[in-house]
Design a protein around this ligand. Structure first.
Ligand SMILES: *Cc1c(COP(=O)(O)O)cnc(C)c1O
Length: 480
């Protein structure tokens, strides 16, 4: 084996690169031949790898072969059209290829000067995306890796907005503060509270109505109770498209309360945000222009490979005040004229993620993307109709977007036995390898979720999903 001390030659790179592209092409072409969920136990993949690294270089083809031999058996196939779990997220061809371009440049967008195009392509692409979502021009965008990190920065800015001294003095000098979100908000909100010193007890979860939406009157009551107790409210997080049911908090009413008490409003629209592109979905986004910050994840439902989360804020100067800290070696002569992205958050280094969104928007075009989203919503609605019309299944939440929450209700089975039945049903469905669904719990009811949001999902996949669900339901019933 060779002792390699220099990079691939252009010829080697080209030959290996062609094989990787062929490999990727074959994988995507054959994607439906794989089990969606691997049939594997914890530790099995780890065991297939040698305990020590090679002392000398290995052949590239051997490494690529081991992707199939060692890695593939442990892959959950997110690109599979019958991956209908979580929020099914898929990578499109142009997005995958953009990732190669980004890695090829390997430029780091710490400051404008460290890669001017990175900063400027990101800014322009986010202006496009902002206008696609119908957000007003006073929202400025920045890309982070995930919605969790985007929301962290929204809540950090909220803290700085109310308590500018938190940056210098830390939390010990500050009064107890409170953040509000609904019972259905994503766990990333509490994680941000942990990281920002607000603490889990600093988060107050507001009750939801029968459709899992935050109740604005309960929010205002909680704010007043806290003020009376000497606790300082500082931020409300509303969700458009909650993770369990995709319910929509009434952002319009919540934003009036935020204005009244001068609270920062952060809107978590990680999954559903993309649908703001569709005029018929605007009803779910009423009042969003009143938010101080918003997160939408193109890596979730816009066919951009993970990770790419977009954060918009109307108060970029607050975010900058919270985080900007410029060591000598990062000062440049153009700082007064340019945007340095490191000023808007924790991270210094920044990969060229914007290329992925730029490629995807340009390749499909806005109208193409809208059509795909509409198809997903239509397919999910047809599945929801099937559940509604069935005597053996029931919907457990409204389905405003492309996620459907349901459970089996076999005639004759008592309420207390339904959770066990549905849990077994989900296990059976997933163990077939034909389909992958996940679950949640709503009002103590074990709930199965089916999501249509993948670039390769067509009517026949939803049809096949129905057949698998029905078949496993009947087998389970007969085995009872
Ligand atoms: C998926 C999701 C998140 C978390 O997204 P990451 O990008 O994985 O951090 C947060 N909030 C909502 C509403 C989500 O759907």
């Amino acid at each position: 084996m060779p002792k390699r001390i220099s990079d691939m030659t252009p010829e080697e790179f080209s030959a290996a690169g062609k094989r990787v592209i062929e490999w990727a092409e074959r994988y995507l072409k054959d994607i439906e031949t794989y089990r969606v969920l691997p049939d594997i136990k914890p530790g099995e993949i780890n065991k297939r790898m040698p305990d020590s690294p090679p002392d000398f270089g290995e052949e590239f083809d051997k490494i690529l072969e081991d992707v199939d031999r060692i890695v593939m058996p442990g892959i959950t196939h997110w690109q599979h059209p019958k991956f209908m779990a979580y929020f099914a997220s898929t990578a499109s061809g142009p997005g995958i290829l953009a990732d190669i371009v980004s890695s090829t440049f390997n430029s780091n967008g710490m400051v404008w000067k460290s890669s001017p195009a990175l900063t400027e392509v990101e800014a322009k692409t986010l202006e496009w995306y902002r206008s696609m979502l119908g957000l007003p021009g006073n929202f400025k965008g920045i890309i982070y890796d995930t919605a969790s990190i985007s929301s962290f920065h929204g809540i950090a800015a909220a803290r700085d907005y109310k308590f500018p001294e938190s940056r210098t003095k830390g939390m010990s000098s500050l009064p107890a503060m409170r953040l509000y979100c609904s019972e259905q908000a994503h766990s990333s909100i509490e994680k941000a509270a942990i990281a920002l010193g607000v603490g889990i007890e600093g988060v107050r979860k507001i009750k939801v109505d029968s459709e899992f939406r935050m109740i604005p009157a309960e929010l205002e009551k909680a704010i007043n109770e806290d003020i009376a107790m000497g606790i300082d409210p500082f931020c409300v997080v509303a969700t458009i498209g909650t993770t369990s049911t995709t319910s929509v908090d009434p952002v319009d009413a919540i934003s009036s309360i935020c204005r009244k008490y001068d609270l920062w409003l952060h809107v978590d629209a990680a999954y559903a945000g993309v649908t703001a592109m569709l005029p018929e979905m605007k009803i779910h986004f009423k009042g969003i222009e009143n938010a101080d910050s918003i997160v939408s994840n193109p890596h979730k439902w816009l066919f951009v490979p993970i990770d790419l989360s977009v954060f918009y804020t109307k108060r970029p100067e607050t975010l900058k005040r919270a985080f900007s800290l410029v060591p000598e070696y990062l000062k440049t002569e153009v700082d007064a004229e340019v945007e340095n992205l490191m000023d808007y958050g924790i991270q210094l280094g920044r990969r060229f993620r914007a290329l992925k969104l730029w490629f995807v928007i340009r390749y499909f075009g806005v109208e193409g993307l809208k059509e795909i989203l509409r198809k997903h919503i239509r397919l999910a609605q047809s599945f929801a109709d099937w559940i509604r019309e069935s005597n053996e299944f029931e919907l457990l939440a409204p389905a405003p977007f492309s996620a459907v929450c349901f459970r089996a209700v076999p005639p004759g089975l008592k309420e207390e036995d339904l959770n066990k039945f549905n849990k077994l049903l989900l296990e059976r469905i997933n163990s077939t390898g034909e389909l992958f669904l996940t679950h949640t719990v709503l009002n103590d009811k074990f709930t199965i979720r089916l999501v249509v949001s993948g670039i390769r999902q067509e009517e026949r996949h939803v049809e096949e999903a129905r057949k698998v669900i029905k078949r496993e339901y009947e087998t389970l019933l007969n085995n009872q």
